[in-house]
Structures are given as C-alpha cells and as structure tokens.
Design a protein. Structure first.
Lengths: 324, 324
C-alpha cells in the first residue's frame, strides 16, 4: 500500500522515497531502478563533467529521473546545468552552496527545484529562493553535509524546517535506511525521505563491490565526520562542510593531523588514488551515514524500495495499535 | 487517548513520557507534576548532596517519582544512592560512566534500572548489565552527552539500539520536544521518550526565570556542544562528553580557546558564578537541545504532557491517513 503525501502528489509517483544523488554512485541505472520501483531517482554528478551527465542519462533509458549537483562545484562549470536541463530531468537538486544563480534556468526548464539544507536558516533561504521541495539533512547523513559545529541532527531539524517552510514539502535526509525511518519522517511532518547509504549497497550502484560490502558489514558507531579524504583527493570543499565516512587506516592516520597530511600530499595523494583504483577500502573513502546499523545486505534497488515501504506500513500499524 | 507501550506497561503509567533528570532543574515539584500528568518524573541530582536529594523527594510529596544520577559523579560519593533508595524511587537512571557498581543495590531495592547510552556499543553493555530500560541519547540533546566525535544522532541510533537490546524497552532522547517527536520515536521502535529542554520552560522547573525565557525564545541553530561552561564552573567532566548549550557571550569568547580559559580561571570562575547567581544568561550556561525550535512558551508541566500526547495522536492520524 503506497503512501500519498504532498511530495508524491507533486511528482505523481507512488512512494515518497528519493535516491540521494551520490557522485560516482547514483548513476543512471540506479536512478532508473528507484524511479521504476515507484520512487524518484536522482543521478549524482559529483565533480564529473558533461560527458558523464550524458552517459548516465543514457543509462537511465526512458525512466524519468532527476539530477543533483554540488552547488559550489557546479558554479565552476555551470554549462553542466545546461547539458542536464537538455535531458529534461524531473527535478534538479542543489546542495552545498549558493543556489541563487541556478534557480531561474531550472524553473524555466520545467524541472522541479529541490534544495537541500543543513540548518533552519538555510531552510528559510531555500523557501525565499522558490524551492519546490526542501530537504532537511542531518549531520548523521553519509557523505558531505553540515559539520556538527554548524549543522543539525535529523530528528529535531525536520519538524523545525516543516514549520518554517510550510506549505513547501520537506524530505528528511540523514539516518534514514529502513521503513521505520520513513514512518518516523512522516510522523515528524516530512512528506518523504532522501536515502543515500542504503542505496550504495545495491546491485545498480556504480560503487566498487568492496565499498558495497563494507556498507553492508559496518555499523553506525564506525563512522566519523572528517576532511581528510577531501584533502587526500585534493578537493577543496568549503570550510563549513565535512563528510561522514567509515573510519579506516587513512582516517586513523590523518584525522586530527590535517596539517601533516597537507605537507605529505605529494605522496599521499598518489597512494590514495592507487588505493581507490583497486577498491582498497583501508585507504579509499567509503562515505556512509549512521544508518549503517540497519543495512545488512546488497540487493537490487527495487527490492530495497519495496522493503522500506512494507516496513513503514508495519511500523505505522504497530504504532497505531499502541493507541488505546 | 493514551499510548500503551512496553514502557508504560512496565511502570503502570498512562503516557510514555519521562522527565529527564536535569540537575538544578528537575526538582521534586517538576518530577511530581510529570508523574501526576501520567508520565514518569525523575529528580535530577546533578552534583548535589544528600540534603538536596531528601529535600526534593519531600517536594515531590506523595507522587511516585524516580531519580537520576551522573554516574561518574555518583562514584565520588556513592552514599547518595543509599539516601535515594531509602526514599523508594520508582526508578533510578544512570548516565555517563561505569554503572556496574550500582546495578545490584538499585535492583535489590525494587527500583527499575534505567541506563542512558550514547552509542550502540554502550547499549549492548547496558543490556549485559541488566538495565530494565535503555535510553538512546542523540547528540542533539541538551546538556551533557556524547560528543559528535563518539556519540550518535537520535534518528538512526534509536532503531539500532532497539534491535540490539530487544526485548528491553528503549526510550528516545535528544531532540524530542513535541508530539511529532513522540510519534516518530514510537515509529522508530522506541517505547517512549525522555524529554529535557521542553520541561525547562515550565512553571515547576527549578531554573531561573531568565533561563526559562531564553529556552522559550531561542532556536535550535543557536546551540553548540562545548566544554567551556564545565571549565568555567570547574567541573571535571570526562573527556568523552560535551554539553549542548545556547551560544552566549561566554561561549563566544572561550569556545575554541579552552587553554586560555583555564589560564584565566581565577577571575573567570568568579565572574561565572556571579553571573549565575543573578541569572545573567549572557555568561551563565543555558543547557538546551536542538528541539528548541519547537518550544515557544513557559507552561505548567501538566499542560506540556497533555499537549505532547494530543500532538502525537494528531501526527499519527495524519501519517496513517497518508496510506492509500
């Protein structure tokens, strides 16, 4: 039994479940699978170029999907937005940076504008800019997001954002990995959820098989928010964002010793890329959120969507039965 | 309409709502009010002595209440547990430190043992020790708790703890301030909630009126986790815990400059205590969680409990209606 929310109504879809546009992970095949299962798949651009965008839209076939950009990186080569809009995406999601230059072309293309925020202040700004959907992302999320010094956690952030941007639909992001999370997000007033880490451990994700298996095996106590992987890959993320990843040998050596890592970058950078090339998760980054405890298998994305919906129904039935 | 959960069954109470035992805040009057409203009130000991414990049990009158200790501080003067157990508390809650020396006297007294944890590893340990109830506390909670470096956020921590300690009932703590939060906690599999900050802004709290008004006025973006207030008050909290409080002049000056604060302690300590004595919230600590956005008034505790239950019912009805 599907859930009908202002978000599913806006997109005319069956399930209020959105694939997070994870770079080098959420390719066209995964996005298409999530859309086909009744949710909304978003291709993740990351730091990739126009060719990648076209290739992944091709991979999505005729399934209607959307796309998500890292806003500060998009600003370095904004032609990528034109390439994406030419593919008629259902939605364009902007995260991490000043989205204002991109609002008008996105809305004029007919795509819905989804803006992800990490605080109540940013939520108010997204509403002012005309976002069709606002995503409230907690610091428990995998990958990049607000650092705990300026970001917020999902549980209290979601209802606060819902109140602040009403009637704009809000999705919960960060820590959602099963149907209990979907049911809880709806109870908090969200119109749906954005899910990342759970979709890494799927057949369709572009990730290395070792990464998928680490995600299925690890637990939420094993993650940390850090800058060391960005330093090692020489990607200059703005100061206000960190990324949540699995702790590994690389983070154990450099987290807290960032200045020394910058000094050693000539060799560490090469070592990092060599490890990433062969899927060595002791050195390469495995972005992952605190929802890891709820992820124990690698499955086709469609099965994940079906299971989350069934679990959400069960959670809601159980909770409703507690009323006497 | 009340909610029946394994927690309400265990205590024979109407609502799965527990008052967090906040030191110098959750006195006997507030604990009694929450119990009278159908929840479970816990007196907060903080760093106080036997006389305080007896006075606050007296203030609770004939309402059955429980009590909560800071475990590492209790170990400095464990006679306080005997004094508390002589008052026949419904429950004893232990947080922050090694609870193992206190498990046996608590259970032998007939009180229920409630243990608060900040990670999945600590949750497994609490189950092993024989906790009757486990509280999963996220880093968004006000006051002391896990630092983001080792603690977890409420949304993903709760279902992971539920799975790990089943069939022991779990309460969600951190970011719960209204009925949407109660409904969401139940959806995540919790058997109830522990609420702190919302009960600061009540008629019965021991807090200074200026503190209550700041809690009602401030927002969740305005908090930070810090050690500076503990340093200023000369309270030696273990390294693994920080406290979430409202940012103010004092934290603005010293957060990130902790070594300098320690150097200036001879004068800063006196300045801090003078400010605390007159309720000057520009300098004194106002512990508060990220649920602040959901708190906009100072009310009697009974009204708060009633409102949370009504809101939870509404949230659940709304969520159930989304199923089509």
């Amino acid at each position: 039994m599907p859930f009908r929310t202002p978000f599913t109504e806006l997109f005319g879809i069956r399930h209020p479940i959105v694939l997070a546009p994870m770079g080098a992970t959420s390719g066209g095949a995964l996005a298409a699978a999530v859309t086909h299962a009744g949710g909304l798949g978003l291709i993740g651009v990351g730091y990739a170029d126009e060719e990648y965008i076209n290739r992944e839209f091709d991979a999505a076939g005729n399934q209607p999907v959307g796309i998500g950009f890292i806003t500060w990186d998009l600003a370095k080569n904004p032609k990528r937005l034109d390439v994406a809009l030419a593919r008629k995406p259902r939605a364009v999601m902007l995260s991490f940076g000043d989205g204002s230059p991109f609002v008008r072309p996105i809305k004029e293309s007919g795509a819905k504008l989804i803006m992800q925020v990490q605080s109540l202040a940013l939520a108010r700004e997204a509403k002012r800019l005309g976002a069709d959907v606002v995503i409230a992302q907690g610091v428990e999320a995998g990958g990049h997001g607000g650092d705990p010094n300026n970001g917020r956690s999902t549980f209290p952030l979601v209802p606060a954002v819902v109140d602040a941007v009403a009637p704009v639909p809000v999705l919960a992001a960060g820590g959602v990995a099963d149907g209990r999370g979907l049911a809880a997000a709806l109870a908090l007033g969200a119109a749906g959820v954005l899910i990342g880490t759970r979709f890494v451990a799927t057949a369709e994700a572009l990730s290395h098989v070792n990464v998928k298996q680490r995600v299925a095996a690890a637990g939420g106590d094993d993650t940390l928010r850090t800058r060391v992987f960005d330093i090692g890959r020489v990607i200059d993320w703005p100061e206000e964002y960190t990324g949540r990843a699995l702790a590994n040998d690389f983070s154990g050596r450099w987290h807290g010793n960032e200045a020394a890592l910058r000094q050693a970058l000539d060799t560490e950078r090469l070592r990092y890329f060599a490890a990433a090339g062969k899927g060595d998760t002791g050195t390469m980054v495995v972005w992952a959120g605190e929802g890891l405890d709820l992820i124990r298998d690698v499955r086709p994305a469609e099965k994940i969507v079906e299971r989350i919906v069934a679990e959400a129904e069960a959670a809601l039935a159980r909770t409703s039965a507690a009323r006497i």
